[in-house]
Design a protein around this ligand. Structure first.
Ligand SMILES: Cc1ncc(COP(=O)(O)O)c(C=O)c1O
Length: 370
């Protein structure tokens, strides 16, 4: 008997997870997509307090009003996006925001443009909606930054939406303001929706982050607390958009998860309304690690551009699959770039969300096989 539905049985389980499973306890795992830092103490204290106050009941489906108010203020201040707290839904990580948006907005006849290379979930979420994904190829010559021309080349008559991710997993690329503005104008003119995954917004070095929703109403801003506040396991994200789009997304969110847990929403409100020094400190540390890794790889003769954001380095290797296997033997876990799409096939993703010392040791181990 085929247990899986036709739709679901076509979906692949994550290759990145497979890489973790191969790791021995002594291995240095550079396949991880999560900050190695502890969640800042003031956020944890706020969570503990909320539990002591029995904040363990349902919240509104869209999320706690006070948190949504803080998110709306954050979007205004950081992103120049004007939304009311009613135009925000608090979700189970950015993952649920992405899944619910795609389920709510996409029909099986639709095409959805997704970045190539890009985060694994995009293609599978589109497939789960029974729709067709079209890769938007970004070139290594342009540092993998998606341009308006890349999008124009991929557009089809049936394009309902595009998923964009800047700063980008797996490449660390940060898109230019001109392209963000031009793609936003295109979305307004050609009537498609930009699903803008901004989860790495705060992990950005010497560049400014821009949002699509600043320039077009046809955008959903997806963001969350996992990466900026090192709270991946607490599972909080959000989406914001115009009221018509939010109403559709709410239907999926409501019947899927009802709401996210209330105590954690209190802690997220503390994260947004307290000093942002913890975010800056983590980003400064990531920058030191990025410099170490990029310089070491380049010294080994491995072609690697300096990424402007996120905590990944995407470097070229002659035979990436073979290189990754050899690295496993040296107790270093990496992910072959092909896991992120056709355009990633000549590359390897290295996550530097590991301590500086571990990264320095990993570089010594990689030097033996480079
Ligand atoms: C590009 C991208 N989007 C979304 C997510 C999911 O984030 P969350 O933990 O908020 O669900 C990740 C996690 O690795 C990611 O890399």
């Amino acid at each position: 008997m085929n247990y899986g539905s036709e739709r679901v049985s076509k979906i692949n389980l994550s290759q990145v997870r497979k890489m973790f499973e191969q790791a021995s306890p002594s291995a240095i795992n550079l396949a991880l997509g999560e900050p190695d830092f502890d969640t800042p103490k003031h956020i944890l204290d706020s969570l503990k307090c909320a539990l002591d106050e029995n904040r363990t009941h349902y919240s509104q489906n869209k999320g706690e009003p006070v948190l949504r108010e803080s998110i709306a203020k954050k979007l205004d201040k950081d992103n120049d996006i004007k939304v009311s707290s009613d135009d925000v839904i608090v979700t189970v990580g950015a993952s649920e925001a992405l899944y619910s948006s795609i389920q709510a907005l996409i029909d099986p006849k639709d095409d959805v443009l997704i970045p190539d290379p890009g985060f694994l979930s995009y293609a599978e979420c589109v497939r789960l909606a029974g729709a067709n994904s079209i890769p938007v190829k970004s070139s290594s010559e342009n540092g993998f930054k998606t341009t308006v021309e890349d999008v124009e080349n991929a557009l089809t008559e049936n394009t309902k939406a595009i998923v964009i991710n800047s700063p980008c997993n797996p490449t660390g690329a940060v898109m230019e303001k001109e392209d963000i503005k031009a793609i936003s104008d295109l979305a307004t003119d050609k009537e498609f929706i930009v699903l803008s995954d901004e989860i790495y917004e705060k992990i950005i070095y010497d560049k400014k982050h821009y949002s699509f929703q600043t320039y077009t109403d046809n955008a959903v801003t997806i963001n969350g607390f996992s990466k900026a506040y090192a709270m991946t396991g607490l599972r909080v994200g959000y989406c914001a958009s115009n009221p018509d789009i939010i109403e559709e997304i709410l239907k999926v969110h409501q019947y899927n998860v009802a709401c996210i847990d209330t105590a954690t929403q209190v802690a997220c409100n503390t994260a947004l309304t307290s000093s942002q020094d913890c975010v800056k400190e983590m980003t400064n540390e990531f920058k030191k690690r990025r410099d170490l890794v990029v310089n070491s790889l380049n010294n080994m003769g491995l072609d690697c551009i300096m990424p402007d954001g996120a905590f990944y380095v995407f470097f070229r290797a002659d035979n990436p699959e073979e290189f990754v296997k050899k690295a496993v033997k040296e107790d270093v876990i990496l992910v072959p770039g092909g896991a992120f799409g056709e355009e990633g096939k000549e590359f390897i993703r290295l996550s530097y969300a590991q301590s500086y010392d571990n990264l320095a040791e990993a570089m010594k181990r990689l030097e033996k096989i480079a």
